[in-house]
Design a protein around this ligand. Structure first.
Ligand SMILES: O=C[C@H](O)[C@@H](O)[C@H](O)CC(=O)O
Length: 271
């Protein structure tokens, strides 16, 4: 089973280009799915959710999103994810239709999680994001929380974006969250949507379990997706390139409690 989904580029409607579409039909993921779309200016995309909730993240550009008689005009705060400006998102509850119209060329990530529990449609402005500077030495990273577990605005979805600069590691030391053992550890599947700067860059990502029954190290390129059904999932960024990824997490309980690999936990304790 490959955990890597390389970018595609299929025009699914006039001016709407499908970059990624990972879901239960082409992955083992039960709690998470993702679409990434590139919209030409003035292009539109619409969808009606089945038994899913969705997080619509305006990765780049400006769009108008409509959902459940609400209209959010001119949302999106950046021209590139690497502007490192927290962007806007819209949460759409289960079973609802939504529409996206691009005011400029735009890139949209739609995160999904199956549920029949209704939460209200909500605009998540970038300026509410909790920003974190994590790590030290060569595992420094910038974390912009879009929909963290302390915002009770979704049934299952957790969304966060992470910037890892040249020569650093993130999701490191390795941690897992694949045991439903609260309060110690939560069971959360995870999807990574990656971007690189410059675009020809790559990162290495390893996904592995304690018993190494799953142990896959991948070369990940711009706009690739990596799925993490279980296991540890560190990311290494080569010198000269900067990494961005957006994480979608979901599982039985909407809380992020992770377990560090014991043999690497000393990394955290360095002075
Ligand atoms: O489990 C969460 C994901 O692995 C990342 O969001 C990770 O926590 C980012 C980081 O801390 O480096």
């Amino acid at each position: 089973m490959s955990l890597l989904y390389q970018k595609q580029n299929q025009e699914i409607r006039p001016g709407v280009h499908l970059i990624q579409d990972v879901n239960a039909s082409n992955s083992p993921m039960k709690y998470t799915a993702v679409k990434v779309l590139a919209l030409d200016a003035n292009a539109s995309y619409d969808e009606t959710l089945g038994d899913f909730e969705a997080g619509i993240v305006v990765l780049a550009g400006k769009v108008t999103v409509t959902a459940d008689q609400q209209r959010f005009e001119g949302i999106g705060q950046r021209q590139s994810v690497f502007d490192k400006i927290p962007t806007d998102s819209v949460y759409v509850g289960t079973g609802l239709p939504f529409g996206i119209t691009a005011q400029t060329a735009a890139k949209i990530l739609i995160a999904y999680s199956p549920t029949t529990t209704s939460f209200p449609v909500r605009l998540l402005k970038g300026d509410i994001h909790q920003i974190e500077h994590r790590g030290k030495y060569q595992n420094k990273r910038l974390v912009q929380n879009i929909l963290p577990d302390d915002l009770p605005f979704a049934d299952k979805l957790l969304l966060v974006e992470v910037y890892t600069d040249s020569g650093n590691w993130s999701s490191y030391p390795p941690h897992r969250h694949d045991h439903d053992n609260l309060p110690t550890e939560s069971l959360l599947e995870e999807i990574y949507y990656h971007e690189m700067q410059p675009k020809q860059g790559f990162v290495f990502q390893r996904v592995y379990t304690d018993d190494h029954s799953l142990d896959e190290t991948m070369t990940v390129q711009n706009q690739d997706v990596v799925i993490v059904p279980k296991g540890y999932h560190p990311v290494g960024v080569p010198d000269g390139y900067d990494s961005y990824y957006l994480n979608i997490m979901a599982g039985p309980t909407r809380v992020w409690h992770f377990h560090n690999a014991p043999e690497h936990a000393w990394i955290i304790d360095r002075k």
